[in-house]
Unconditional design. Structure first.
Length: 149
């Protein structure tokens, strides 16, 4: 059966957030949080804008979703994020007890799976959803930053 609201559908929404970050000269990472098929939080990196190293898309989305739900636990939620979470974000996701994390591009250098950081034991993690699209946006951003147009 065709599901119009599958992981690819929601990852495209996270990619839209990453594009907003790109347009604002932020590292283009976007995240959304979904519960029962409904987007309850959306965010993108704000580290440059806020001059805050903790202002990653995932952190912004966790705060927004927690405020929306009125509680700190996100065990019924799924986060869609365009880049594999770093250790800091994985730690926050652990404490939120999020039910599921779906990421696009793998972070070969600082990703939580590479660094050996674990999420909550009940959290399901899925990688590689729209990986090429997510990876291309980040690669293009850094290519432009390095002047290799």
């Amino acid at each position: 059966m065709f599901d119009p609201y599958d992981d690819s559908h929601f990852m495209r929404k996270a990619l839209q957030e990453a594009e907003v970050a790109y347009d604002r000269d932020e590292v283009p990472v976007g995240a959304i949080i979904v519960v029962a098929g409904r987007v309850i939080a959306k965010a993108h990196n704000l580290t440059e804008c806020l001059n805050d190293v903790t202002a990653h898309a995932e952190m912004q989305a966790i705060t927004s979703a927690s405020n929306y739900l009125g509680g700190k636990y996100l065990n019924e939620c799924t986060m869609y994020v365009t880049l594999e979470p770093c250790q800091m974000c994985a730690g926050a996701l652990y404490w939120s007890q999020i039910g599921r994390v779906v990421y696009g591009a793998k972070d070969e250098h600082r990703g939580c799976t590479v660094m050996g950081t674990t999420l909550h034991p009940k959290t399901e993690i899925v990688g590689g959803v729209l990986e090429e699209e997510c990876s291309m946006l980040i690669k293009q951003f850094f290519k432009e930053k390095r002047g290799n147009n």
